[in-house]
Ligand binder design. Structure first.
Ligand code: NOJ
Length: 771
C-alpha cells in the first residue's frame, strides 16, 4: 500500500482550510479544472519542489517496448534515479507499470507519481478499425463507444494518458497518416473529434478524470500536419490564415470545448515557424483566444528537430524557444532536462515560466487521482476482465461492419447469396493475410488473433451451398523499414497468375482480396503512386480475361487510385483495415447478413495528379462545365476534374428515395431559423441505413467560400419499405464563416442547400436567403 508523503498529506489538510477561505489564487497559472482545492494542492507541491525536480516533471521518455519514432540513446536511467522523469509512454501492463512506478517513487523525493501515456489510436488489445475507416460509419455514438472501450482497456493496463485522437484534416492520400484521422471534411471531423475526446475522457463528466477508467485525451497534432507539402510526412506546411481558421483549426477548438486535457505539437514548420516553437499558435490562439488550460506536450524529438528546421541553433536555444511558446513537456529531446536550469541561471527563461508548465502537469496528476494512489491504474484484476472482453470484441465486429464502404456493385453482383450453389474463386494476397488486418498503430493488438478473410468466409458459408477454391496469385510487396523502400515482390508472377487463372476459370465468380501491407500507411509511410502495390493490378487484368464476374475486396489505409479497377471489375468493397474481427465483418457484408451503409470521408482521385482533390474546394474564375466543355477553363486535358469516388459516396444493397422535401421558409433573419423536412424511404429489397447529407453554399461573400460544405447529416436506419421523416434546422451559425478579421459572421445573401446521398448528389437543391 502506498504511503502518502507527509508533506503532501499536509498540503491536503491545508487545502481543506483553503477551500473555506476566500483568498484568490495568485499564480499566473490558470487551472484546467478551476477547482480551488486542486489549485491549492498544486501550489503546495510546487512550493516544495527544487528547480531540478520541476524540470524533471517536464521530461518525457518512451519505453523501449514499442518504438514509435527514431530510437534515440537517452539518459532515462540516469534521470529516473534523480527522480526527474514526469512521464513515460508506450509502456504497458499492470504488473510491469507497477514496478516502474515503484522505481520512480523510490527516487522521487516528494513522491510525485509518474504519468504513463500511450498511442491508443484504435483500441489497446481489442483492435477496432483504423480511425479513417471508423469515420466512414458517420456513427458518432459508435466512435465514442470504441474510444471508451479503448480507454477501459488502457486504464486497466496502467495508461492514463492517450496520445489520441489525431484530428488533423487530411486531403492528400499520399500522406500515410490519413489512416489515423477522420478524413477531409471539417464538419464531420469536428464531430468525430468531439466523440473521441468524450469517449477517452469519460462520458458523464468530462472535467472529472477521477474515475479509474477515464484517461486524458490529447488533441494532436497542432497544427496543419495533414497539409504537408507533396503528401510527404514531416514536410513544411504553408497555408493561409483563412485556411487555418476554416479548415485546420476547427477540430482543435471543438476538442477544447469538449474538455480535452492535452495537446501535442505538430512536427511541421507552419508558414515559416515550426509548430513546436510557435508563439502564435500556442500563445495567441490556443491559450489567449481559445482559453486552453490543459497541458501541451511536444511530438517525438520535436525540440531537437528545431535545429534541422534551421530555427534553433542548438538544443539549448530550442528549449528556450519551445518554453517561450508555451510548451509544457518535452517528449524525448531531453532539451528541457538538459538546458532549462542553465537558461534560468542565465536569466534567459524565468522560473515562473517553469512553474506554470509544472503546475499544468501536476494538476493533471491530481485530477487523475495519482497523488492519492499512484498505482490506481495498475489493476491486474480489471485488466483481466476488460481487455479483449466479449463486449469489446462484439463492439469491434460492429465497428468493422459499419466501416466497410461498398464503392461499386454493378449488376447487383453482391450480396453473394448463401442459397445459390456457387463456386467462388478466392484469389489474392489478402485472402489469408492476417498480420496487416489491424492496420498501423494497433499498439498492443495481437496481430496473430485477427480473423482472416478466408476464415470469415468459411465460417459464414459453412452450412451453405457455396464452395471456395483458393489461389494466392501474387504476394504483397513489403516495406523494408531500415531503408524505407518498398520491397519488390519476388514471387514467380507467371506461375502465380497461371494458377489463379486456372482456379478462376473453374469457378462461377472471382472474389479478389488485395491491398497494401499495413506498413504502407501510417507514420513515415507516404507514397507517390497510390495504385495497388506490386503486380496486383496485373493479376486483376489476367483474371479479367476469364470473363467471370469479379468482386474486389480492398484492405488499405488510404484512398487508392482505382481507376482501372473501377472500370473493369464488377464490385468493389473498401474494407480498409477492419481490425480484430476483419474476416467476419467482411464476410457479413459480402453475404448480405449486414447491409453496407458506410460512406467515404475522403475523396478517391482518378489519379495521383489530381491531388489535392476534395469536395469542398473553392470555385475558380473559370469553372469548367463538363456539359458544355470549352477552351480556357479550369480543367485537365488528360483527366476529368471529378474524382473517381467523391466524399460521401457509398452504396447499399437497398435503395433510398428522398421525398416530400420541404422548407418552412425561403428566407430568415437574425435569431431565426429555417426547418428542412424530408421523408426518406427504403424502396429496395432489404433493411438498411442511409446517411443523409446536408450541404450549403454561400453564393457571394466577402471572402470566397467553398462550392459546397457539409453542415449536418443523419444516419437513418430503415426497414425494407419503411419511411422516416427527418428534420434539419438551418440557422445563422450554419451560414457563418470567419471574415478577414477572423470574426465569425453571417452575411446577408443567397445560399444553396443540397440534401443528398453524397457530396456530388445534385438532385435536391434549394435556395434560401438570409436577410
Ligand atoms: C510521433 C507521432 O507523430 C505522434 O503522433 C505519437 O503520439 C508520438 N510519436 C509518440 O508515439
Amino acid at each position: 500500500m502506498y504511503k502518502m508523503n507527509k508533506l503532501i498529506g499536509l498540503s491536503i489538510i491545508l487545502s481543506l482550510v483553503f477551500a473555506c477561505s476566500t483568498e484568490k489564487h495568485s499564480s499566473q497559472w490558470q487551472s484546467y479544472s478551476g477547482d480551488p482545492v486542486i489549485e491549492y494542492k498544486v501550489d503546495s507541491v510546487l512550493s516544495l519542489m527544487t528547480l531540478d525536480e520541476k524540470i524533471g516533471q517536464m521530461n518525457q521518455y518512451s519505453g523501449n517496448f514499442a518504438s514509435t519514432g527514431a530510437v534515440s540513446d537517452n539518459q532515462s536511467g540516469k534521470y529516473l534515479k534523480k527522480g526527474m522523469i514526469g512521464s513515460t509512454f508506450n509502456v504497458f501492463g499492470a504488473d510491469h507499470l507497477r514496478m516502474l512506478q515503484e522505481q520512480n517513487l523510490k527516487y522521487s523525493r516528494l513522491k510525485i507519481p509518474m504519468l504513463f501515456a500511450a498511442d491508443v489510436i484504435h483500441g489497446l488489445e481489442t483492435t477496432f478499425p483504423i480511425p479513417l475507416a471508423e469515420a466512414c460509419s458517420w456513427d458518432l455514438e459508435l466512435m465514442e463507444q470504441t474510444a471508451r472501450a479503448a480507454a477501459e482497456e488502457a486504464t486497466a493496463s496502467g495508461v492514463a494518458w492517450n496520445f489520441a485522437p489525431m484530428i488533423d484534416i487530411a486531403r492528400d492520400p499520399r500522406w500515410g497518416r490519413v489512416m489515423e484521422g477522420a478524413g477531409e471534411d471539417v464538419f464531420l471531423a469536428t464531430q468525430v473529434a468531439r466523440a473521441r475526446v468524450r469517449g477517452f475522457q469519460g462520458i458523464s463528466n468530462y472535467r472529472d478524470l477521477s474515475k479509474p477508467n477515464t484517461m486524458m485525451a490529447c488533441a494532436k497534432h497542432f497544427v496543419g500536419y495533414g497539409a504537408a507539402q507533396g503528401g510527404r510526412d514531416y514536410h513544411s506546411v504553408d497555408v493561409s490564415e483563412q485556411s487555418l481558421y476554416d479548415t485546420y483549426f476547427p477540430p482543435f477548438e471543438a476538442a477544447i470545448d469538449e474538455g480535452v486535457t492535452s495537446f501535442m505539437t505538430a512536427f511541421n514548420d507552419l508558414n515559416g515557424v515550426p509548430c513546436t516553437a510557435n508563439n502564435y499558435l500556442y500563445k495567441d490562439v490556443l491559450r489567449d483566444a481559445w482559453g486552453f488550460k490543459g497541458m501541451v506536450v511536444t511530438d517525438y524529438t520535436a525540440i531537437m528537430e528545431l535545429m534541422h528546421h534551421g530555427f534553433a541553433r542548438d538544443l539549448k536555444q530550442g528549449a528556450q524557444l519551445s518554453l517561450d511558446a508555451g510548451i509544457d513537456m518535452d517528449m524525448i529531446s531531453e532539451a528541457f532536462v538538459t538546458h532549462l536550469k542553465e537558461l534560468v541561471e542565465e536569466g534567459k527563461v524565468s522560473e515562473k515560466q517553469i512553474d506554470v508548465a509544472v503546475s499544468r502537469i501536476l494538476e493533471m496528476k491530481f485530477l487523475l487521482g495519482l497523488f492519492d494512489d499512484p498505482y490506481r491504474y495498475f489493476d491486474a484484476e480489471r485488466q483481466k476482465q476488460v481487455v479483449m472482453s466479449e463486449a469489446n470484441q462484439s463492439l469491434a465486429l460492429l465497428a468493422a461492419q459499419q466501416s466497410i464502404v461498398l464503392l461499386k456493385n454493378e449488376g447487383k453482383v453482391l450480396p453473394l447469396s448463401t442459397e445459390i450453389a456457387k463456386k467462388v474463386a478466392l484469389i489474392g494476397p489478402f485472402v489469408d493475410e492476417r498480420e496487416s488486418l489491424n492496420g498501423e498503430w494497433a499498439i498492443k493488438g495481437d496481430r496473430s488473433q485477427s480473423v482472416t478473410l478466408r476464415e470469415g468466409l468459411e465460417a459464414r458459408y459453412k452450412d451453405s451451398k457455396v464452395q471456395f477454391a483458393y489461389a494466392e496469385g501474387t504476394e504483397l510487396p513489403l516495406l523494408d523499414r531500415s531503408t524505407m523502400k518498398a520491397e519488390k515482390d519476388n514471387q514467380d508472377a507467371e506461375r502465380g497468375f497461371a494458377e489463379a487463372v486456372k482456379v478462376a476459370k473453374a469457378s462461377d465468380i472471382i472474389l479478389v482480396a488485395m491491398g497494401e501491407n499495413f506498413h504502407w500507411s501510417g507514420e513515415a509511410a507516404c507514397r507517390t503512386d497510390i495504385t495497388l502495390p506490386g503486380n496486383q493490378r496485373e493479376l486483376l487484368k489476367a483474371l479479367k480475361q476469364t470473363g467471370k464476374p469479379i468482386i474486389l475486396v480492398l484492405f488499405n489505409g488510404r484512398p487508392l487510385d482505382l481507376s482501372w479497377e473501377a472500370e473493369h471489375v464488377d464490385a468493389i468493397v473498401e474494407a480498409w483495415y477492419p481490425g480484430l474481427m476483419a474476416g467476419h465483418a467482411v464476410a457479413d457484408v459480402l453475404s448480405g447478413k449486414v447491409n453496407p451503409s458506410a460512406k467515404l470521408v475522403m475523396t478517391f482521385p482518378r489519379n495521383v495528379g489530381q491531388i489535392p482533390i476534395y469536395y469542398n474546394a473553392k470555385n475558380t474564375g473559370r469553372p469548367f462545365d463538363a456539359k458544355a466543355p470549352s477552351d480556357y477553363k479550369s480543367s485537365y486535358i488528360d483527366v476529368d476534374n471529378t474524382p473517381l469516388y467523391p466524399f460521401g459516396h457509398g452504396l447499399s444493397y437497398t435503395s433510398f428515395e428522398y421525398t416530400n422535401i420541404m422548407l418552412n421558409a425561403e428566407s430568415f433573419g437574425k435569431g431565426e431559423a429555417v426547418k428542412l423536412k424530408a421523408d426518406i424511404v427504403n424502396s429496395g429489397d432489404c433493411d438498411g441505413a442511409e446517411i443523409v447529407q446536408l450541404y450549403i453554399r454561400d453564393r457571394v461573400a466577402s471572402l470566397t467560400r467553398p462550392v459546397k460544405e457539409l453542415k449536418d447529416f443523419r444516419k437513418v436506419v430503415l426497414r425494407k419499405g419503411e419511411t422516416k421523416t427527418i428534420e434539419f434546422t438551418i440557422d445563422e451559425a450554419m451560414l457563418s464563416f470567419r471574415d478577414k478579421n477572423r470574426k465569425q459572421i453571417t452575411e446577408p445573401g443567397e445560399f444553396d442547400i443540397w440534401l443528398g446521398a453524397s457530396s456530388d448528389d445534385e438532385s435536391n437543391r434549394f435556395v434560401i436567403s438570409f436577410k
